[in-house]
Write a protein that binds this ligand. Structure first.
Ligand code: HEC
Ligand code: HEC
Ligand code: HEC
Ligand code: HEC
Ligand code: HEC
Ligand code: HEC
Ligand code: HEC
Ligand code: HEC
Ligand code: HEC
Ligand code: HEC
Length: 340
């Protein structure tokens, strides 16, 4: 273990130094030798270094000043024939010219639609990137040229990528329906519910996470672009989804002196994260919830002991948690039975 860590640190440091030696002097030299000599490569490096954000224009051709010889015509041409798309695009982050990472800061319409000199001359839709007609993979390639970090880091190999969804399944560049993130539907529940109907429907049950009320969205717990955790759960890298819950319900995380095994393992053993018809979004009614695992206990685990079904403290109110109140774990010296 120790050796491995040292190795990783050493390799990381070496890589950083290499980067500093090769890239930094070039960038720092640029202002000194005059702005006119800034090459696209230097500018790319400078933009990359200066940007705290996630988007990187990684294409070697995607820079301002493309000439007609390269096959680019420029936005003005496009707008003369497609004014509507020009107007809709102007309202989005992609049109922020001062941000050198955006299409507007690079080759404009053609950052996505590709060099369009021939198309502009012929007016032939086959000579340009026409997204609805492209394969999922080709669309993704256009967008991930820039969007390949941050939220989108785990796109490659994600469950959605594997099932041939692409960026434009959920996003629209010219005709978004949402206030945020240019989605094709006005809410995430509506968007995701198109395919995950059961999950969207559970949000309508009596006990549900406050998604309907607007306090959470599908994207609060999931990263639809893929994640390092199971079930595309946004938080954490553990093999259980618990991090998705303890991010907000931190007091359930512990550590506890007396842990309850299923709580450590998976909150979803007892709670349906999307909603259920039982109190507290429990996956089963009490006391059956507990009896799925605790068939034999020191006291009868059933509610049918003697003839006191109606009055059994295991049957009414909160059932087993009438007594086992600290069911998520306890720090009380009284012992390991989760009673206080
Ligand atoms: C001289 C006019 C003209 C110019 C300039 C022009 N286009 Fe087009 N474009 C057309 C015509 C005509 C079509 C075909 C429409 C059809 O088949 O219904 C078309 C089709 C398209 C399509 C396919 C979708 C559709 O509506 O059929 C896209 C995307 C497109 N153009 C984007 C661009 C972009 C981006 C630029 C600038 C780089 C551009 N166009 C410049 C005339 C032009
Ligand atoms: C960030 C990438 C991107 C940029 C930049 C971009 N487009 Fe598009 N364009 C798309 C996508 C994706 C579609 C498919 C429809 C959608 O998502 O709204 C599209 C669709 C179109 C269409 C076809 C519209 C239709 O209804 O079928 C035209 C025409 C068009 N774009 C023109 C332009 C023009 C003109 C510009 C520059 C002012 C531009 N685009 C900039 C990605 C882009
Ligand atoms: C030339 C680089 C570039 C390309 C290509 C590109 N984008 Fe972007 N995109 C950006 C930048 C830069 C932003 C703004 C990021 C920010 O400010 O956080 C952005 C923002 C977005 C946003 C967020 C909008 C919002 O309101 O928050 C979405 C969604 C998006 N892009 C989708 C796409 C899709 C889909 C494609 C492919 C059709 C695409 N982008 C292609 C650079 C690009
Ligand atoms: C299954 C639907 C879905 C797919 C597929 C998808 N997105 Fe998203 N995307 C979303 C949702 C939902 C959000 C808003 C997330 C949030 O804020 O909780 C979002 C947010 C974004 C944002 C803004 C947040 C940010 O990263 O700064 C960008 C940019 C973006 N997506 C780009 C892409 C690109 C590029 C692709 C293709 C590789 C893609 N998306 C594929 C659903 C999707
Ligand atoms: C409070 C957090 C949270 C919210 C909000 C949430 N989910 Fe989930 N989701 C989870 C967790 C945790 C799991 C994993 C459950 C498990 O391990 O059994 C999951 C699992 C899933 C699965 C995989 C289910 C399976 O059977 O394998 C899908 C699909 C899904 N969610 C879609 C959605 C959709 C669509 C929305 C919005 C309507 C949404 N989720 C909102 C936490 C959430
Ligand atoms: C166009 C259909 C479609 C849309 C829209 C869609 N998904 Fe999915 N999603 C899928 C498919 C297909 C799978 C893979 C299911 C499988 O492999 O069993 C999947 C899988 C998932 C999984 C489970 C991953 C796993 O490990 O089991 C989650 C979580 C999920 N999607 C969340 C979302 C969220 C959140 C949204 C909205 C932002 C969304 N999806 C929108 C089609 C879609
Ligand atoms: C982004 C924050 C957030 C995340 C993540 C989150 N919750 Fe919640 N949870 C809330 C909020 C807000 C409420 C509503 C509290 C209220 O109304 O008092 C709530 C309520 C609950 C309730 C009580 C419901 C009721 O009927 O009283 C349970 C149980 C619950 N969450 C379990 C979970 C589980 C399990 C997960 C993981 C799958 C999870 N939560 C993830 C914010 C979150
Ligand atoms: C062994 C089953 C079980 C597991 C596993 C479990 N819970 Fe619970 N949880 C319950 C029961 C039962 C209640 C209702 C308690 C009551 O009525 O007093 C509850 C209530 C809650 C509540 C609402 C009341 C409160 O105490 O705040 C939240 C929030 C909650 N659980 C979150 C979680 C989280 C987060 C996890 C995972 C770390 C988790 N639960 C794992 C059984 C479980
Ligand atoms: C998914 C299975 C599962 C569920 C559901 C479950 N438990 Fe447990 N419980 C366990 C396991 C495993 C242990 C640890 C047993 C051990 O260490 O011998 C445990 C331990 C306990 C203990 C401490 C016993 C001891 O000897 O350490 C109590 C008390 C307890 N559970 C009560 C409950 C109650 C009350 C419920 C319902 C709210 C419940 N459990 C639901 C699996 C479960
Ligand atoms: C009236 C209070 C009360 C109720 C209601 C109750 N318990 Fe208990 N439980 C106890 C006490 C007291 C102990 C023993 C503690 C000891 O021996 O020190 C205990 C011990 C346990 C143990 C650990 C001992 C063992 O034999 O493994 C489990 C598991 C358990 N209960 C599960 C349950 C389940 C499941 C329910 C609901 C069907 C339930 N309890 C309802 C009071 C209660």
């Amino acid at each position: 273990m120790g050796t491995r860590r040292v190795l990783i640190v050493a390799t990381g440091a070496a890589a950083l130094m290499m980067f500093a030696l090769v890239a930094l002097p070039e960038v720092q030299a640029a202002p000194a030798s005059g702005a006119s000599q800034v090459t696209p490569a230097v500018r790319a490096a400078a933009v990359w270094l200066a940007s705290p954000e996630t988007v990187e224009p990684s294409s070697p051709v995607a820079f301002v000043g493309q000439s007609q010889e390269d096959g680019f015509v420029g936005d003005e041409e496009c707008r003369s024939c497609h004014p509507e798309q020009g107007d809709s695009y102007d309202l989005t982050k992609h049109a922020r010219e001062l941000d050198a990472r955006t299409p507007a800061g690079t080759t404009g319409c053609e950052s996505c639609h590709g060099p369009a000199l021939e198309h502009a001359e012929e007016g032939d839709a086959a000579l340009i990137n026409d997204f609805p007609l492209m394969s999922a993979e080709d669309v993704t390639e256009v967008c991930t040229e820039c969007h390949n970090r941050g939220e989108q880091t785990f796109w490659q190999g994600s469950q959605h990528n594997g099932r041939d969804l692409t960026c434009t399944t959920c996003h629209s560049v010219h005709a978004e329906a949402s206030d945020k993130a240019q989605l094709v539907k006005s809410t995430q529940t509506e968007l995701c519910g198109e395919c995950h109907q059961d999950k969207a429907a559970k949000m309508l049950r009596a006990n549900h996470m406050p998604v309907r009320e607007g306090k959470l969205e599908c994207g609060s717990c999931h990263n639809p672009h893929g994640s390092a955790n199971v079930k595309m759960v946004r938080m954490g890298t553990s093999m259980t989804a618990n991090d998705a819950c303890t991010e907000c319900h931190a007091e359930k995380r512990g550590p506890f002196l007396w842990e309850h095994a299923p709580v450590q393992e998976n909150c979803a053993s007892c709670h349906d994260p999307h909603g259920s018809s039982n109190d507290r979004m429990l996956t089963a009614k009490q006391p059956m919830l507990c009896q799925r695992c605790h068939a034999h206990t020191r006291h009868p685990a059933t509610i049918y002991d003697d003839n006191n079904v109606a009055t059994s403290s295991r049957a009414y109110g909160r059932s087993c948690v009438n007594c086992h109140q600290t069911i998520h774990g306890s720090n009380h010296p009284a012992g390991k039975f989760f009673q206080r």
